[in-house]
Design a binder for this molecule. Sequence first.
Ligand code: AMP
Length: 399
Amino acid sequence: MKFNRIEDLDIDGKVVLTRVDLNVPMDNGVVTDTTRIDKIVPTVKAIQEAGGKPVLLAHFDRPKGQRVESMSLQQIVPALESALGQKVTYVEEAVGGPAKRAVAAMGTDDIILLENTRFYEGEEQNDPTFAASLAALGSAYVNDAFSAAHRAHASTEGIARLLPAAAGKLMEAELDALNAALGDPQRPVVAVVGGAKVSTKLELLGNLVEKVDHLVIGGGMANTFLLAKGAEIGKSLAERDMTDTALEILDKAEKAGCQIHLPVDLVVAREFKANADFEILPDEECAPDVMILDAGPATVDAITGVFENCRTLIWNGPLGAFEIPPFDAGTNAAAQAAARLTREGRLISVAGGGDTVAALNKAGVADDFTFISTAGGAFLEWMEGKELPGVAALVDARR
Ligand code: AMP
C-alpha cells in the first residue's frame, strides 16, 4: 500500500489542513483522557518542522449537521494547548469568512483549530461543495485520523481528492502496522479473535480464515463453536442460533487451509462474579450447571505454542471475561507470551478494537506489542477486509 507521508509534500510556508481525531471523553467540560490529543502532537510538530502551518479539522460527537454548543471544539482548546505546548487559535466556524480571515492572518508558528466539521450537513454527506470550501482554506491536506477513515466524509475523503494529500504520523503508523499484519505479512500469521459474540464478528472471521494460517477463537464466541461441535457448554454465554454459522466458518477455514484453534480446557464457575469459586476442566467435561468464563492453562500453552511458530500476530477480543478476576488469567497469560516473543524480535504483534485495548492494558503488555490500534470501528472494518474510504483516498492521491 503506497501513500504519501508528510515528508513527500512540499508544505514550506503553506497552510496544511490537518484532519485529526479530537473525539475525546469529557466530563463537565474537562477532557478526562488525553490519549487521542497526545497522539496527534508528532504530526503537528512534523508539519511545523517542514515549514507548514497546521489548521486542524476534527469532529466531536454526533451533532448531525447542526450547531450544538455542548459539542463545540472550543472546550478542547486548553487540553490541546497543553499537549502542544503552545497557543492554539480556535475559530468558531470550519468554513466561510471567519475561517478564511483567520487562516489569512496566520503567522509562521501559529496553529488554528476550526470548529466541529459535523456542525455542517455537508460533512457526513461528503458534499463536494463543502469539501471544496474546506480545501479552499489551504494548499495541502494531511489525514491523521485513522479512527475516522472508515467514514467517507468531506473532511476524511472528499478533501483528500482536492489537494496534495498525505498521511500524518499516527495514520502512517496505523497503516504500516496493519499492512505488516494482514496486507503483506511475514508468515505464518496467527489471528486471535475473542470477545462475546460470533454475530458481531462474522465478517471479520470470514475474512481472516482466507488470510491467516492459524485462527485462535476464544471468549464467549468460542462457546458457540464448541456447542456447534456437539460439546456441552452448560449455562455459558453463547449464541445458540449461530451454530450453523460457526460450522460454515469451520468449513471455510478448512478449505482455505487455515487451522482453527478452540479451547482444549475451560475455566468454569457457577457464579459470574469476581473471585468466584472456579474449576479447570478439559473441554469435553463441562457440566450442565456451570459457565465457561475463561480459557484454561492447557489452552494458553497451546496458543503460546502457535505464537512461537508464527512470525505475525493480529489480535482482537479477550479470551475470557477479562474484567473480573480470575477470569482475566487466560487473556493475560496469552498476551504476556505474545509480548515476550515481540520483545525477543520473534513476532510482529498488532492488536486493536474496543475492549482489546483495555484487556491488553490490564495485562500490562501495551508497550511491548509492535502496535496497538486505538481506532475501534476503523480497525475492525479493516480486519473485516473492507476498504476504508479515508485510506483509499490517500492511496489514490499518491497515484
Ligand atoms: P467484544 O466486545 O466482542 O470484544 O467482547 C468483549 C466482552 O466479552 C468482554 O466484556 C468479556 O467480558 C466478554 N467475554 C469474553 N469471554 C466471555 C465468556 N466466556 N463469558 C462471558 N463473557 C465473556
